[in-house]
Design a binder for this molecule. Structure first.
Ligand SMILES: C[S@@+](CC[C@H](N)C(=O)[O-])C[C@H]1O[C@@H](n2cnc3c(N)ncnc32)[C@H](O)[C@@H]1O
Length: 282
């Protein structure tokens, strides 16, 4: 079957039409303002809704997602009878490819902008909804739930992480599987580049990284676009392998496999970039 590659890249033309600065003003005059005092909503509600996220991560494209989905599809022996949830689907790059392979797919994401973009590809067997993964979605409905490319670890409270995994477990049919593609925190810690500069689509992103006392990986992104200053911060909890296993167990899931990269190679705590969990509902 010939699979067409959808154009998922965000248009820079729309960037300036909306206000994505962290202060809620157009451009940040004073970046020393404490972040928490100015955030009107959780950081992940702001940053992933912004077109700048899609510019900075433009190499995380449809082709990369398709290659990984193909590997997973082979490993999981996916077929057109299976129903899939892409949990925190973004603009739907994994969901669209799975649907093009003939599967029934639903994608959910918190970002209204992402869901709007993904909906351009919807069809009777591919639907997208704006939804928070901490809220119940469907019960015993999906054969597989995929949570791809570090779409976890954003919440402040342990209970919220557990809730999101438990909600996913509820959404699985008996013998269904949850796949979580997360960073390997030990690798991130060892390989951390504290300061870097990236020029993409004419924007110079100044990026700094650190790990805070609560074990969150903080990535601060500053840039100027057409005379306006912006500052965003990603905040991802360095969740360990054991902690994930404990979330799974409390949600009634059992770890079936753990891979260390997008080729589904074995996980090595020191050298693997990813932790790709497959957890099964009995
Ligand atoms: C790193 S992006 C990855 C998106 C997509 N999985 C991909 O690989 O392109 C993380 C996504 O998680 C979504 N997200 C963050 N918090 C969420 C929540 N509480 N419920 C649902 N989606 C959420 C964001 O809007 C964003 O699209």
């Amino acid at each position: 079957m010939e699979i067409k590659t959808p154009k998922l890249a965000s248009s820079r033309e729309n960037c300036m039409k909306q206000d994505f600065s962290i202060t809620g003003e157009k451009g940040i005059k004073n970046t020393s303002t404490p972040l928490n005092s100015t955030l009107s909503r959780e950081w992940f509600g702001e940053w992933f809704d912004s077109p700048y996220y899609h510019i900075l991560y433009k190499n995380r494209n449809f082709e990369e997602a398709s290659a990984f989905v193909n590997k997973l599809a082979k490993h999981l022996q996916l077929n057109s009878s299976h129903s899939i949830l892409d949990l925190a689907c973004g603009k739907g790059r994994h969901a669209i490819h799975l649907n093009q392979m003939g599967l029934d797919v639903i994608g959910i994401d918190l970002s209204s902008e992402n869901i709007k973009a993904a909906n351009a590809f919807s069809n009777p067997r591919l639907k997208f909804f704006q939804h928070d993964m901490r809220q119940a979605f469907r019960t015993e409905y999906f054969d597989y739930i995929l949570n791809m490319f570090t779409s976890f670890g954003y919440f402040e409270k342990e209970e919220e992480n557990q809730k999101a995994i438990s909600v996913a477990a509820e959404g699985l049919k008996k013998e269904g599987k949850l796949i979580i593609d997360f960073l390997n925190p030990d690798f991130v810690r060892d390989q951390m580049i504290e300061k870097e500069k990236k020029v993409i689509e004419g924007i110079t992103f100044h990026i700094t990284k650190e790990i805070d006392l609560d074990n969150f990986i903080l990535k601060t992104i500053k840039f100027n676009d057409r005379g306006q200053n912006f500052r965003f911060q990603e905040k991802v909890k360095a969740i360990s392998q054991d902690k994930f296993i404990s979330y799974f167990e409390k949600a009634g899931l059992k770890l079936e496999a753990l891979f260390g990269d997008y080729q589904l190679g074995p996980f090595n705590p020191n050298s693997s970039e990813r932790m790709i969990f497959i957890a099964k509902k009995p």
